[in-house]
Design a protein around this ligand. Sequence first.
Ligand SMILES: Nc1nc2c(c(=O)[nH]1)N[C@H]1C(S)=C(S)[C@@H](COP(=O)(O)O)O[C@H]1N2
Ligand SMILES: [Mo]
Length: 491
Amino acid sequence: MVDLPSRYDLGLAGLAGAAGVAGSFAVAGYTRSFVVAPLDAAVVTATPGAVVTFMIQNVGEAGHLLHIGLAAALAVVLFGTVALGGARVAERLDSRLAGGLLAGLVAWTLAALLTRAPVLAAGAAVPVAAGAVAGPRHTQPQLDASRRRALGSVAGAVAFLGAAAGAGTLRSGTDALGAAPGTDDVEARLREAKQRSLSVESDALPGLVSEIGNFYNVDIAEFEPELPAEEWSLAVTGETAEDDLTVDFADLLERPVEHRFVTLRCVGEGLNDHKLDTAVWTGTPIAPLLDAVDPDGDCGCVVLRGEDGYFVEYPVEVLRDGFLAWGMNGKELPAQHGHPVRILAPGHWGETNVKWLTEVEILDREMDGYWEQRGWEGTGPVNTVAKLWDEGVTRLGDGRVELAGHAYAGTRGVDRVEVSTDGGDTWTEAALSEPLPDDDVWRQWRHRFEPTGAHEVAVRAVDGTGAVQASDRSESFPSGATGWVRRTVSG
Ligand SMILES: Nc1nc2c(c(=O)[nH]1)N[C@H]1C(S)=C(S)[C@@H](COP(=O)(O)O)O[C@H]1N2
Ligand SMILES: [Mo]
C-alpha cells in the first residue's frame, strides 16, 4: 500500500523541490539552462492563442510573471516529488546514502534532459539529493531530536535558498554585451542621429536612436536562446533540394557590410504605448542569398524560423529588401534582440523581424506564422503613428508647454506631424527632426504652445504619400492600433 503524503512529507517535498530549483538558478542564472526555462516554454506553447491575446491586451508585462510562476511551481513539484521518493527509499532500505544517491541521480537526469545542460544539472540534483538524505524520520530515536533536526534542516534549506537566489542573480547579470562589430561608421551614424535629434526639454524622451537597454523587447519565450556565433548557421532552402544553401557566421562577415537606421514597431502595442524604437543595425543584405536559391516559389512567399521555435511567413518581395543584422548600436547583437543574427524587414510590423534566425524557406503555398495562428494579422506594413508619451509633455519656465514625440510610417516615411490643441478642430504643423538617411526610420516632432486652461491635445502624422494617420480608433488586435493620440494638457 502506498502511504498518502503527510504534512511532513509535503513540507519536505516543498523545501527540497524549492532547493533544487534554487540550486539550478544558482549555477545557471536566469538563462535557458535554468530548469524552469524549458517548463516555461512548455507552458507558453500549451497556452491557447485566445488566452495569450487576452493576456497581452489586459495583463501586459505581468502576464510573464504568471506563466513563469506556474513553470517554477511545476519545477518545485517535480523535484520535490523526486526528493520525497528518495526519502521513502532511504526509509525502506534503511540507508540514507541509497535514497540520496537515487534521488540525486533521478533529479540530475531530469534536469539534464530538460535543459540539455548536463553539467549545470548538478545544481538541481545536489540539493534534491540532500533533501532525500535529510528526509527520513524513523531512524531518529526520539521525537525531540527529530524535531530539532527538522528545524535545523529547514533553516539550512532557507539559508541555501537565499544564497542560491543571490548567486543566480549575480550570474544573470554577467551576460554583458560583447565587443563592438567595431567600426567608425557606426560611431559616425550615432553622431549623425544625435545631431539630427530635436532638442527637447525632457531628458527622459529618447532621441533618434534608442539605447539598447531601453529598446523594447517582445519574445514568445521567457528565456532567450543562447546561440553562440560559432554554432550559428542559416539554412536557405529553395523549391528544389539542390538549391539549398547554408551560411555560417564567418561567411556572413565576408559579405558587404552596411549600417542602417531601422525602426521597429510591434503590432500588439496600444496606440500610445512604447513598443516602437530605433537602432543603428550592422549587417548585410539578404537578397544575394535569396537569389542563390531561386526564390520564386509558387506563392511568392517565404517562412523564416528562429531558434526559439518562432516562425513567420510573408512575401519574398518584402524579404528581398531585408537585412541580416549582427550588430546593434555598435555592439554585438544582444541576446534579447536575436544574437547572433536577426532579419530586419523594412517597413513591416515587428513580428516580421525574426530573431535568432536559423532558417529561411521559400514556400510553394501560404501558411500561418506563430502569431497568425493566434489570430493576429501582423505581417503587413506598419500603420502610421505619432506618439505623445508622458515624458513628452514638459512645462517650460515661461508658462508654455512643450509637446514632443516620435512619428513613424515605415517606408512611406513621415512627411509632417500636426498638433491640435483644441480637440482636433484646428491643426498646426510641428517642428520635425531632419530625416535620417535610411527609409524605414522614425522622426521626432516638437510643438510649444501657451495653454489657457485645459486643452484637449491631439497629434497625427502625415506619411510620405500624403495620407493622414487614420482617425478611427481601433485596438491593436488583430492588425495594429489606429486612431490619433489624444491627451488633456493644462497650463
Ligand atoms: N525568434 C523570434 N523572433 C521574433 C520574436 C520572437 O518572439 N521570436 N518576436 C517578434 C516580435 S512580435 C517583435 S515586435 C520583434 C521585437 O523585436 P525586439 O525584441 O528586438 O524589439 O521581434 C520579432 N521577432
Ligand atoms: Mo510584435
